[in-house]
Ligand binder design. Structure first.
Ligand code: NZQ
Ligand code: ZN
Length: 394
């Protein structure tokens, strides 16, 4: 077992009607001027933004609004947000939406507390030292940004956009309002993308070559089994409250650090590869992960056999008959079949992406460069390996 820090300062208000607590949460923060940040329209259409505006009035806050955050949130809107907040004297950012809105809010928060270019933090040339406080009303169970230390932003660039992350405890939200009913309006595809991402956040922490804790493994396996079971329920019954609630709570616990305590930090190669796909092709994050996972798993499993075996038996319910390699492969196949069952792509072709030879190379090199030339833990991967995985995923 490795030493670890576990820091989860976000106050969670969870359940039916929990948005009625928003006025109280804002008052607790003592904020005077709020940036209300949201996405492309779903929160307006559902009536949620009207509820949020009333809560801000009740809390005695004034506010300015910036909508239009798109999936794979763009740096250009972050810059606009920073400018707007400076001009308006904003002291709190309220993100109403999913991972994209929350990440954009965190990036604006970093920018407001810094005199330089906020992109430096995402390129990794400087570290943030503060972030304007962020609160969340969550509308999709997926990225886990409502409790995570992470923010992922895409910079528009000639020759292919760049999707990069910045992790720091400064950006962990002060509070998160989570009403599972708010996710009833999600398209099935987004629900499935979300369930995939939730699973992957624990899987990235689970498939490592170093360290493990019995308790952390049990939490991780229980979380994965719960998400798989409830993703199946939601496929047929998208308005099943309990299934929505299980998945929503799992989204937060899967990415707030809990399912990685005591391991060596996790693998994160599949996320690294997806970030390159997301940058070049603007795919939905969960779908991009699903499209490369099987090729990655087949490439690395022999180097991480004990964990793949455990995953097969404890999570996918494979009977332990046969060699350890056979059982590990059955587990990979069973997870691949699950992804297909919930409507996720499991190849790049199914994702609708057809890279050129140069693009394969570019993605592999860029991905490896984010880890100083190598990625992963289940197996250490260099640019050549990453290119092979991408090609195998075709
Ligand atoms: O923009 P609107 O109209 O709101 O539509 C959104 C968007 O099109 C829609 N949606 C959200 N809630 C809805 C809804 N539609 C109907 N009803 C609702 N209740 O869903 C679409 C996807 O939203 P988005 O916020 O992009 O989803 P998600 O939460 O999956 O976030 C994805 C982003 O988070 C990043 C991803 O890379 C991607 O950029 N990640 C962030 C992480 C973090 N900060 O910790 C970790 C993850 O690994 C991930 O990288
Ligand atoms: Zn993710």
């Amino acid at each position: 077992m490795y030493d670890f820090e576990y820091y989860a300062p976000t106050k969670v208000e969870f359940g039916k009607g929990s948005e009625s607590k928003l006025a109280m949460l804002l008052s607790e923060q003592g904020c005077k001027k709020v940036l209300l940040h949201y996405g492309g329209g779903s929160a307006e259409r559902s009536g949620l933004l009207a509820v949020v505006r009333s809560a801000m009035l009740e809390a005695g806050c004034s506010w300015v609004e910036l909508g239009g955050v798109q999936p794979n949130p763009r740096l250009s809107l972050v810059y606009r947000g920073i400018e707007l907040c400076r001009a308006e004297g904003v002291d709190f950012i309220l993100a109403v939406g999913g991972g994209s809105v929350i990440d954009s809010a965190k990036a604006i928060g970093y920018g407001l507390k810094d005199d330089g270019d906020v992109w430096d933090f995402y390129e990794g040339t400087r570290r943030p030292t503060a972030c304007m406080p962020v609160g969340v009303v969550l509308t999709i169970a997926a990225a886990g940004s409502e409790m995570s230390n992470s923010s992922v932003i895409t910079k528009e660039a000639e020759g292919g956009d760049l999707k990069r992350s910045c992790n720091s405890n400064y950006a962990r939200p002060r509070f998160a309002v989570m009403n599972p009913e708010l996710t009833f309006t999600l398209p099935d595809y987004q629900t499935a993308c979300g369930c995939t991402d939730i699973l992957m956040h624990t899987m990235e922490r689970y498939f490592t070559s170093g360290g493990n804790m019995e308790l952390t493994d049990a939490l991780a396996e229980g979380l994965m089994r719960t998400v798989i079971a409830n993703a199946r329920v939601l496929k047929n019954k998208p308005h099943d409250y309990d299934a929505r609630a299980e998945v929503m709570w799992a989204s937060s616990l899967s990415h707030n650090g809990l399912t990685g305590c005591g391991n060596n930090g996790g693998d994160w190669a599949v996320h690294g590869i997806e970030h390159e796909l997301g940058g070049l092709y603007d795919v939905a994050h969960g779908a991009g992960l699903a499209a490369v996972w099987t090729a990655w798993a087949y490439y690395v499993y022999k180097d991480c056999l004990a964990r793949f075996y455990k995953f097969a038996v404890q999570v996918m319910g494979v009977r332990p008959c046969g060699t350890r390699q056979e059982i590990a492969r059955e587990g990979i196949d069973a997870f691949n079949a699950f992804l297909k069952e919930i409507g996720m792509p499991t190849t790049l072709t199914e994702l609708g992406v057809n890279p050129t030879a140069e693009q394969y190379k570019l993605m592999a090199e860029r991905c490896a460069a984010t880890g100083n030339g190598k990625k992963g833990s289940a197996k250490i991967l260099y640019a050549d390996d990453i290119e092979r995985i991408l090609r195998n995923a075709k």
